[in-house]
Write a protein of this length. Structure first.
Length: 219
């Protein structure tokens, strides 16, 4: 069964660079981003971990916790952090899960059950499917799943943009159009009737088509 938007994010216990956690308890009343890596000391992931560290204040503003995962032990992550700081200017300032038994990677269906029970001897190519970004709401439901190949670094500005949309649309009965960013116009959700919309938006809306009702972003 594939992990889908709207599913409850699987709970787990794991060791991290900041101690042992139970995932749902760790999220608490926040949102969370879980982003995974196929192996320590890999080039693209080194840049990603540093980029995420630099963006952490932006995630903090949105009440979003960051949790990394790499299919290697925690003590290896700590050594990798030195390289990340040296090459990217910032070491990870968020926990990074150690998954040497591949339990979390399998739980989140990033590796098949028959992949074995140890990260030892496995290459980044063996683990190339462990390249996901998963956004989880305070309700512990999966809100977004992005999967990247080994050769393409992730765009965390896009992850922030999507989180802005997710949080806005969770609060208001709207949707966001293509390439939307904070402050742009939005679309009245299809579930809102025109009569309801008149009460919510007494100043009206633009409607190039009856099903496309455009209003300023609600505050």
């Amino acid at each position: 069964m594939t992990l889908r938007i709207g599913d409850t994010a699987p709970d787990f216990e794991a060791d991290t660079t900041e101690g042992r956690i139970r995932f749902h308890d760790w999220i608490g009343s926040s949102w969370a981003v879980l982003f995974s890596h196929p192996k320590d000391f890999t080039p693209v992931c080194t840049t990603e971990l540093g980029a995420m560290a630099k963006l952490k204040p932006e995630f903090d503003k949105r009440n979003v916790k960051i949790l990394g995962l790499s299919v290697d032990p925690v003590d290896s992550h700590s050594k990798w952090a030195n390289d990340i700081k040296e090459t990217q200017g910032t070491a990870p300032n968020y926990p990074l899960i150690g998954d040497p038994e591949l339990k979390v990677a399998k739980l989140y269906e990033m590796l098949p059950a028959e992949a074995g029970g140890s990260s030892q001897g496995r290459t980044a190519a063996d683990n190339q499917t462990v390249r996901n970004v998963i956004v989880i709401g305070a309700d512990k439901k999966v809100k977004l799943v992005l999967v990247y190949p080994l050769t393409t670094g992730r765009n965390f500005d896009e992850v922030l943009r999507v989180i802005d949309s997710l949080q806005l649309t969770a609060k208001h009965r709207v949707a966001t159009p293509a390439n939307w960013k904070q402050g742009d116009d939005v679309i009245i959700a299809g579930s809102v009737t025109d009569d309801e919309a008149k009460k919510i938006y007494p100043n009206g809306w633009k409607a190039p088509k009856p099903y496309l009702r455009i209003v300023p972003q609600p505050r």
